[in-house]
Design a protein around this ligand. Structure first.
Ligand code: HEM
Length: 200
């Protein structure tokens, strides 16, 4: 396991789940999944990791057209007319808002595995990487399955570490991340996330 992983405990648990559900030989995982596709439904921790990473780094965004007579109200009850404005929904900010997320700056897959009585249980509607409502992402169910398959096949076989040039410099970081997100149409890791991948 990579000693440079930012969340070695999460990576360890993820790999343990893959060993349990997909068998101890990572090279055989793809064939096992092909023969038993329902196994993706047993990857509960993997799903929690995917959801928490999509909370931390929501890669997409969306806009809505404003209309005369339609206003939006903020959490201090200020009403803002939208008229001809273009409303850009800032998913990164919503997903890091401490009003909606307990321990918002911690990557905690556990919040997706606890019951509603737990303090980490997500506020309904606060997680919206695919947005909500009638225009929400039509690919979301498929992409979650894809991510589970890809992680199940690769998370035990590859170590990925950032390879940004130069010393770690706080001035080039945001919220403690060197690979912070920048908007390039949708959000991407800054400088395209130069990284080194090692086959384990
Ligand atoms: C992690 C991957 C993805 C993320 C985070 C994502 C996120 C989003 C978001 C935020 C929207 C805007 C929804 C809105 O405005 O209410 C959207 C729309 C859409 N997405 Fe995705 N998406 C992903 C992958 C995919 C994939 C794989 C497909 C197709 C196979 C897809 C197809 C679409 C389509 C067609 C729309 C437009 C829906 C509409 O306007 O009615 N997306 N997606």
């Amino acid at each position: 396991m990579s000693s440079t992983s930012k969340h070695p405990d999460v990576l360890k648990k993820l790999r343990e789940e893959h060993n349990q559900v997909l068998g101890s030989d990572p090279a055989a995982a793809a064939e096992k999944l092909t023969k038993n596709p329902h196994l993706v439904n047993n990857l509960h921790y993997t799903l929690a990791v995917i959801k928490e990473v999509l909370r931390f780094f929501p890669p997409a965004g969306t806009t809505r057209a404003g209309k005369p007579g339609v206003s939006v109200t903020d959490d201090q009850s200020n009403s803002c007319p939208t008229d001809d404005a273009m409303l850009w929904i800032l998913h990164v900010e919503m997903h890091h808002n401490a009003k909606s997320w307990v321990r918002s700056e911690e990557l905690l897959p556990k919040r997706w595995l606890v019951g509603h009585e737990h303090e980490l249980y997500p506020v309904p509607g606060a997680w919206r990487p695919f947005e909500l409502g009638p225009r929400s992402c039509i690919g979301q169910a498929m992409v979650i399955v894809d991510l589970k398959l890809i992680m199940g096949c690769l998370a035990r076989r590859l170590d990925v570490r950032p390879a940004y040039e130069g010393e770690e410099d706080e001035k080039r970081m945001y919220r403690g991340e060197r690979a912070f997100q920048v908007e390039v149409g949708a959000a991407h890791p800054v400088e395209g996330y130069p990284c080194q991948i090692t086959v384990v």
